[in-house]
Write a protein that binds this ligand. Sequence first.
Ligand code: ASP
Length: 325
Amino acid sequence: MKRRTFIKNTTLSGTGIALGAAALGCTENKNTTTVNKDASLPLVIATWNVPNATEAAWHVLNKQGSSLDAIEQGCRVEEADVDNQSVGKGGRPDRDGKVTLDACIMDTAGNYGAVVCVQNIKHPISVARKVMEETPHVLMAGKGAEQFAIESGFKPENLLTEASKQQWEEWKKTSKYEPIINIENHDTIGMLAIDTNGNIAGGCTTSGLAYKMAGRVGDSPIIGSGLFIDNEIGGATATGMGEEVLKTVGSFLIVELMRQGKSPQQACEEGIRRIVAKGNYDNFQVAYIAMNKAGATGYYSIHPGFSATINKNGENMNHISNSHT
Ligand code: ASP
């Protein structure tokens, strides 16, 4: 089957600003990073321009809340936003018209919880957290995940908004039922937070690729691909064409590169290089963000058009990412 991929998003083209790799109040050597408690922590970074989400996370962090709580609260903002058609309620459906959501979360102890292909539940990030904290499992799928969510008190609801339904009906007219990557909006929320104690957690939530085949799952809920946290080192998360992130186990790779001494920025760039080294990347986008134990951040994408939002000291800044092309 022909796999159509992301079309280069050129709306934010330009070289952008290189920011984010500055270490904050820390000493680093090849194997260890010592956090200086005076460093300007906490902070949160998320994929795309999501100031409401990073602000919600910031509010938790600012009240000495945990990075895990910050991640859940931040991700929930985008999941509830029906105008964000790549996440949660209002997400674009699969080619059969069903909205199926994927999410995962990792805490500072390296625990992981995830749900894949779950329908009718607006907040998969919270279900993922419950899987992590209240079951002996780490990953639940489809009907079973939905049943678990309902038993845990989540209310089932229709996630297909009129706007997403109409766009899907338009798509059907010309698509020949061929699954495509969600071209216009590819704004899976990947979020990393470090709290005042210097502890890192992360989350990733998405409706996946618009008009995908029923049952398709991307990188976002898969540990090591869409998200990886090692609280000794740092964290990384991804957005974009999940198949490519999965094949390179991108987020785990980036954390391991940081373990070997690379800055978050250098590690994100190497993660992207592993994808572009295979060639044929003209028509899809992948982007990574990363954070280390000192609160230094990095972000990089294959093509222009990606940005990351950082909230530090209560102020949101949207950073246009540098890119390979
Ligand atoms: N990474 C997501 C997936 O492959 C898509 C996206 O970021 O929009 O499911």
